[in-house]
Write a protein that binds this ligand. Structure first.
Ligand SMILES: C[S@@+](CC[C@H](N)C(=O)[O-])C[C@H]1O[C@@H](n2cnc3c(N)ncnc32)[C@H](O)[C@@H]1O
Length: 185
């Protein structure tokens, strides 16, 4: 993949700081060993702690620089349960092995991106296996709320809500909404 916008930003170590408390709390109460796909994994803000909990994490990003940060940190911490994949999430098919699909800070539903973000969420929701979990952290605001509400009426109409809470990112002070849904057949 050619140079990506985030490559330059990822010269800064731990660009996004600590993970969201609500996201960590959610994954901590899952049975360890879940096969998690971290979509747009960045520098591994979530990948690394999830792997430390014992989950099997596939870190996917279009930034090779971000994935290199993850691979180095995984090697230093002797975490053998992380794999990386350089790919565009818009053209990636969710495989049946994936048990938890995570999108952290990937969706903002800005006008120019809204259609493609909604299409991506609908597609991966359809592809996810039954009993699979979709976890998302999005900025808590009226725009994201309106778009998530539409998904609750369509792609997620029959899904179970495992958690839906607000959580503040200490590094930036931004309030996020973290939700996790289970696909019910
Ligand atoms: C705001 S960062 C969030 C990183 C990480 N999820 C976190 O919360 O720390 C967004 C990440 O998504 C990646 N990304 C954006 N669009 C992508 C795409 N179409 N396919 C794969 N990765 C993408 C970027 O390279 C970047 O690393």
């Amino acid at each position: 993949m050619t140079a990506q916008p985030y490559d330059r930003h990822y010269q800064t170590r731990d660009l996004f700081g600590d993970p969201l408390p609500a996201l960590i709390a959610f994954f901590e109460q899952l049975q360890p060993g879940r096969r998690v796909w971290d979509m747009g994994a960045g520098q591994g803000r979530d990948t690394l702690p999830l792997a430390r909990m014992g989950h099997q994490v596939r870190a996917i990003d279009s930034s090779r620089t971000g994935l290199d940060c993850i691979a180095k940190a995984a090697a230093a911490a002797r975490l053998a349960n992380i794999t990386t994949l350089c790919a565009d999430v818009h053209s990636l098919k969710v495989a049946p092995e994936c048990q938890v699909l995570l999108f952290d800070a990937m969706f903002h539903f800005y006008k120019r991106d809204r259609a493609s973000e909604m299409a991506l969420l609908e597609r991966v929701s359809n592809q996810l296996s039954d009993r699979g979990i979709l976890a998302c952290a999005v900025p808590a605001n009226q725009t994201t709320a309106a778009n998530l509400a539409l998904l609750h009426q369509s792609a997620w109409a029959s899904w179970g809500r495992l958690t839906d809470v607000e959580s503040r990112h200490e590094h930036t002070g931004t309030l996020y909404r973290f939700l996790a849904l289970e696909k019910v057949p």
